[in-house]
Design a protein around this ligand. Structure first.
Ligand SMILES: Cc1ncc(COP(=O)(O)O)c(C=O)c1O
Length: 455
């Protein structure tokens, strides 16, 4: 029940939001007309709005939350760090938590990675990987001067800065910026449900990987790196790779002298059931981008991890001009780093990676049920990351027309029943915090099931 004071407060904040805030990825004309949810606090896997309503956070607050909201141990780590210092620059100075965190990241990352370059968002971590790959070959010698291009995957999403948009491939988000972007080469990301090569897995014998290998081989002399979302492409619609594909891409990169950058911004920190998606196929990348879950979903922080070989390519006398002149004001922020250190400690303390394994089994069981629904064409998942693709016609796989906003209508239904999810077009994304328990998972999935069934 809302008392009047609370109601006045809610109305005031809603008014301020509508009057002054421009929301990301949002058509503001719609936003201005709608009754919107404004979050005031969180507790575990629940979000509470300013009117006192409670929701399960079904997408981990945009794929970031790990140990739950308002976690007392993360709060304490933040308080402790704030009592010392909240920020000092990493340009020319070191810091305690950024040093400790770097060691911890290298400890859990694929063994090929040895150095950590910090930044503050997934996009910036990608930007850094691209610039480093380019500069690495510029400095390697005259024989490598042609290696200027980046190979990326169709329908990729690597962030919103101009460099990361250049390697992105989502028409709706990216096409308008084409005149601003640098040229890239493309491999076709596998999408088994709607195979771009009209084949069927496993009879196809990974034809898609063979095609990608050809692109890498043909363009190796002009390409410095290939960037890819390993095991699952997130923002394009939770599109999972067929087993064996990633390993073949890795081999083709290695055989042809093209650096492999894996973008683990969405998949990192346990999301796919392993600490990093790279471990599903034992991938040894030259660079890895991480962000989102690095601080347990508390503060903006990112890192790009590199091999020693790349790092050493930047060493030299000042006059050699080999310095990586890049860095953001809040690079390696002390509060965020302290929070990330604590989050990694909590992974161990709570046994998170072991705990989520039965949860993933339950998740898969519940996801299977969606296949029976009339308008569900495909259900894809890895770990605690899933996409439910809606179609108008199950037989022909015909999609709904975009104007129907089917995905959006479903998430509005789910909200009424106390679940926050966010669609990617007509793919319903489900990505609960790793801290969710089985009972809450059951509630979450049954609300989503009913919401999809209603359309
Ligand atoms: C794979 C991947 N890379 C990069 C990004 C960009 O991250 P950010 O939004 O933190 O800039 C995202 C965001 O969803 C992502 O999923």
């Amino acid at each position: 029940m809302e008392n009047n004071g609370y109601k006045d407060f809610a109305e005031k904040i809603e008014k301020l939001d509508k009057e002054f805030v421009w929301h990301p990825f949002t058509q503001m004309l719609d936003w201005e007309k709608e009754q919107n949810i404004i979050i005031e606090r969180g507790e575990g896997v629940y979000l509470y709005d300013i009117r006192g309503n409670k929701y399960i956070d079904g997408v981990s607050s945009l794929w970031v939350n790990v140990h739950g909201h308002n976690n007392p141990e993360l709060n304490e780590a933040l308080k402790e760090q704030a009592g010392k210092i909240s920020h000092s620059t990493l340009l020319g100075l070191g810091s305690v938590p950024s040093s400790i965190l770097a060691e911890k990241l290298i400890e859990i990352a694929p063994k090929s990675l040895k150095k950590v370059f910090y930044s503050d968002s997934g996009s910036t971590s990608v930007e850094i990987a691209l610039k480093v790959a380019f500069q690495y070959f510029r400095q390697k010698g005259a024989a490598y001067r042609n290696k200027k291009k980046i190979i990326a995957a169709t329908s990729a999403y690597h962030g919103d800065t101009i460099g990361s948009v250049s390697v992105g491939g989502i028409e709706l988000f990216h096409s308008i910026y084409k005149p601003l972007l640098f040229e890239t080469l493309r491999i076709t990301y596998p999408y088994c449900y709607r195979c771009p090569f009209n084949r069927t897995y496993p009879d196809c014998g990974l034809y898609c990987a063979g095609e990608a290998e050809k692109v890498i081989k043909v363009h190796a002399e002009e390409s410095c790196a290939l960037i890819i979302e390993p095991m699952i492409q997130g923002a394009s619609g939770m599109i999972t790779m067929p087993p064996g594909y990633m390993k073949k891409i890795e081999k083709a990169c290695k055989d042809n002298g093209v650096l492999l950058i894996i973008d683990e911004v969405a998949t990192g920190f346990g999301r796919t059931g392993k600490m990093f998606a790279a471990f599903h196929e034992d991938i040894s990348p030259d660079a890895m981008c991480v962000a989102k879950g690095i601080t347990g979903g508390y503060l903006p922080m990112a890192a790009t991890l590199f091999s020693d070989e790349i790092y050493e390519g930047f060493l030299g006398n000042y006059r050699d001009d080999k310095t990586f002149f890049h860095g953001h004001t809040y690079t390696g922020n002390q509060l965020a780093a302290a929070c990330a250190v604590k989050s990694l400690e909590l992974f161990k303390k709570y046994g998170t990676m072991n705990k989520i394994q039965p949860l993933i089994n339950r998740f898969n069981e519940l996801l299977k049920d969606f296949n029976d629904l009339e308008n569900v064409g495909d259900v894809r998942s890895i770990g605690l990351m899933a996409g439910i693709e809606l179609v108008k016609n199950k037989e022909t796989k015909e999609p709904f027309s975009a104007e129907k906003m089917t995905g959006h209508r479903i998430i509005l239904n789910a909200r009424k029943a106390g679940v926050i999810i966010r669609p990617l077009g007509d793919v319903i994304v489900v990505m609960p915090p790793l801290a969710i328990d089985e009972k809450t998972m059951d509630v979450l999935m049954s609300v989503i099931y009913d919401s999809v069934k209603k359309i």
